[in-house]
Design a protein around this ligand. Sequence first.
Ligand code: NAP
Ligand code: MG
Length: 406
Amino acid sequence: MTIKIQMNTPLVEMDGDEMTRVMWAMVKKQLLEPYIDLKTEYYDLGLKKRDESDDQITVDAAEAIKKYGVGVKCATITPNAARVEEYKLKKQWKSPNGTIRAILDGTVFRAPLMLKNIEPAVRFWKKPIIIGRHAYGDVYKNVEFKVEKPGKAQLVYSSENGDEHCQIIQEFKGPGVIQGIHNTDKSIASFAKACFTYALDQKVDLWFAAKDTISKTYDANFKEIFEKVYAEGSYKNKFEKAGIIYFYTLIDDAVARVVRSEGGFLWACKNYDGDVLSDFLGSAYGSLALLTSVLVSPYGYFEYEAAHGTVQKHYYKHLKGEKTSTNSMAIIFAWTGALRKRGELDSIPQLVTFANNLEKATLETVEKDGIMTGDLARISNPPAKKVANTEEFIQAIAKNLDKKMK
Ligand code: NAP
Ligand code: MG
């Protein structure tokens, strides 16, 4: 009998929905529990439990992450009208990720897993490009309307003590559209801190880009706040010590450089840029199921998850008793990310080693053994040796892990 690795502080475990919930249980049972005396504080964020608790359970889970510092989350359904009907919900609950992000004031970082037999669409990329998206404001919290007739559109700000500032946007000669957007220094500074923290944590360069040549006040404010946080937050010294750099450039220049780069850096993006470019990078690196995700708060809390959703279509097949071939890699890497971080914070080197071994075992299953799920088999070069179903893939990883842990 092997002695299991012991943990000090619990991990905040947030269970979820559908196919990812099925894989979550398999990963725990076959890959984690044989080696670790798993200590978690468990929150069931499955839609049924969220509904029963009036979504209080999501808030409790976020508070627990504040208490313990590290969480790991399964994908969850964000209910729409169809889900309200399907689950007979009391109401259309908000996205749990949105709720947790708001409580932790966090930024989401997404990084692709790279495999020798899954080539990125851009052949220069040798290392992952991590995207950090500012998830507040700009066009996502806008006001906008159509102008039907000629007239004057103005931007007016009235301060609390009555001062007014007014500027003409446009003298319309005919129909058109106008839009008002905003951001806050507080939110931009939080975002900047999370990016500097994450770049240091991962020891990668940080790129930030905006369009301050055109938007000389709005985008320039982002650039200035980043520079200020960098200089004042003692990040500059820490970056120099870690041998990494902070680099600002214009967004169009950044896009051109990214395509010609080798990868291996964090790209901090404004809200809209991050929305567009994370989908672009995700698909250019191969598969949604290879995209890992971590929420980092400026106060140093970490929450790990897979970037993909609950894989609803596969779940309905699973419910009918059919075999599915769903990729558990991003879920496994969510667990290894969280366990490694817990190991580092609590000085448990065995936990860090275990996380490294499980990651290697997972990558080798695809790269060396050529065993993979359908999503990767479609794009693998050389072709897959075996297209595994959901269970078989996890079993193949378990075999490789067992060899490493002996
Ligand atoms: P999804 O679950 O990410 O799946 C979209 C498609 O991508 C799947 O149908 C599948 O394609 C492929 N895919 C995604 N993950 C895969 C994996 N691990 N292995 C193999 N293929 C994978 O997105 P969705 O269907 O739009 O959303 C389903 C539910 O997830 C929704 O209720 C949504 O609210 C929720 N969601 C949650 C999160 C989160 O909690 N972080 C994020 C996004 C969405 P094929 O069908 O072609 O095989
Ligand atoms: Mg998008």
